[in-house]
Design a binder for this molecule. Structure first.
Ligand SMILES: [Zn+2]
Length: 487
């Protein structure tokens, strides 16, 4: 439309479930899929007179993530009660951190589709406990499962620095691999380990005047696809609404919409309550948390090189494609495996191909991790070397890799056992080439006469050599000998 320009502005709230063994303030086990209401105790059920105790590991995981997000870490924090009433919240309040979040003022870098990266500001990161789950599958009544009640949740709030559905998705994906790298969350979307709430509005310029549309928050998204699509949908819906009605932001107003995954639309839910409606006040049953320098240093020592940094380094240092580097850094165990293999001095590109094209495929079929295949990084490196030196062909590496998984034997042994060692011995191959030339005078004639048929005849002769050796001739060596003999 003439005269109108706009850009979408998105900030994101992310809830990440931390992978501690027990809950945030009691000893109940965190177990997905356990029988409903079997992982509960008086503390997480909110019985009167019980006392919560903080899970130290959860706190450390949260601080570690905040460090990775380059946040300022609070040396003193406290807990607050956020009061609200909901059937899956037996205490009628949630323990959270209100005015003293454990981390603030950080940033995260995300890769852009156009190449390069973009910094997204992090406003805060704080710890809280999750509520239970209402289950609506029983028919005409609902059920409550309190197993999830008290699960440690890290809430991360970004600045409104994103300007498209794709950027929001990129941030979510980046956070997922970051928390996985740090080992603080499995970040399994299917199990609800990561949930997203984007805040979306538009900055519009119409005939030289600037407008803002009202902020819409979309609740409880639990897939990257829903996240990206809902943001794109909302962008379009808001510009359509503005053009039709001219409606702009009312100060302080914020509406909540839900995402209908089947129809792929957002649906109005309610006007958002203001923060003071939650009646936050300091939690009297828990002591404040004081982080000492020693403790913080200890947590800091567990930081690792973050996935995006590694991805960029793989491209620069090993000349891998951005795509390959992304596959290798999607998961810490794969990335570490790759690094171990590269240390042997074998070609990184070949190791990468073996891992991404064969290793990960086998792991996926077995639904296990790369380290569960029983194949050491040095052996994959050795396999890469065997391809490099022409002992086996690249395609033969697949059955050798599979056999390594099955038998645990060395690649050299398996290549021999499977009869996959290529014939690279020039003397032996020369013999075979001579035989093939003698048996195919017409093809030799076609080559030496140098006509149109030259190229095809050469291909045919090489094919005969391969057939004669049951595919075991090193094609490079065989072509060299052919070329020498045919001139
Ligand atoms: Zn409990």
């Amino acid at each position: 439309m003439v005269g109108i320009e706009y850009k979408v502005i998105v900030g994101l709230e992310i809830h990440v479930q931390l992978c501690t063994k027990s809950k945030m303030f009691c000893g109940c086990a965190l177990e997905f899929g356990a029988e409903p209401n079997s992982r509960v105790c008086p503390v997480c059920l909110g019985m009167p007179g019980v006392l919560p105790v903080m899970n130290k590991k959860a706190y450390e995981y949260a601080v570690l993530t905040a460090l990775a997000l380059d946040c300022r870490i609070a040396m003193f924090t406290k807990w607050d009660r956020k009061s609200y009433y909901y059937p899956d919240l037996p205490k009628n309040y949630q323990i959270s951190q209100y005015d003293l979040p454990l981390g603030a003022d950080g940033f995260v870098e995300i890769p852009l589709e156009s190449g390069g990266t973009k910094k997204i500001g992090i406003i805060r990161a704080h710890l809280e406990e999750d509520a239970g789950k209402n289950v609506h599958t029983a028919g005409n009544y609902s059920q409550v499962d309190l197993n999830r009640t008290g699960t440690p949740l890290l809430e991360i709030v970004t600045e409104p620095d994103m300007n498209s559905g794709a950027e929001v998705r990129a941030l979510a994906v980046e956070l997922q691999r970051m928390v996985r790298f740090l080992g603080v969350s499995e970040a399994d979307m299917q199990k609800g380990h990561m949930r997203f709430e984007p805040n979306i509005n538009l900055a519009i310029t119409k005939d030289g005047v600037e407008y803002r549309t009202s902020i819409v928050e979309i609740k409880n998204l639990n897939s990257f696809r829903a996240l990206e699509r809902s943001v794109s949908y909302e962008e379009q819906r808001q510009i359509d609404e503005f053009i039709e009605t001219g409606k702009v932001m009312k100060m302080g107003s914020k509406t909540t919409r839900g995402w209908d995954d089947d129809r792929e639309v957002t649906v109005l839910q309610r006007e958002k309550e203001e923060a003071h409606d939650y009646r936050y006040f300091p939690e009297p049953d828990l002591v404040p948390v004081e982080l000492t320098k020693v403790w913080l240093d200890d947590i800091r020592s567990r930081l690792c090189e973050l996935p995006l940094k590694r991805q960029v380094r793989y491209v620069r240092e090993f000349q891998l494609s951005d795509y390959d580097a992304g596959v290798l850094t999607a998961d810490r165990s794969i990335s570490d495996f790759f690094e171990e293999a590269v240390k042997t001095g074998a070609d990184p590109k070949r190791i990468c191909n073996l891992l991404t094209q064969t290793g990960l495929k086998i792991a996926k079929e077995k639904s296990c991790g790369i380290n569960d295949l029983g194949v050491k990084p040095e052996r994959v490196a050795r396999l890469a070397e065997m391809i490099e030196t022409g002992q086996i062909s690249a395609s033969s590496s697949v059955p050798v890799f599979e056999a390594m998984v099955q038998t645990g034997k060395e690649p050299d042994v398996l290549a021999r056992e499977l009869n996959l060692i290529q014939k690279s011995d020039a003397g032996e191959l020369e013999h075979i080439v001579d035989k093939v030339l003698a048996e195919n005078p017409q093809a030799v004639e076609d080559v030496t006469s140098g006509g149109k048929k030259n190229k095809r005849a050469r291909g045919f002769l090489l094919g005969q050599v391969m057939q004669e050796t049951k595919g075991q001739a090193n094609p490079k060596v065989a072509s060299e000998i052919l070329a020498k003999k045919l001139g």
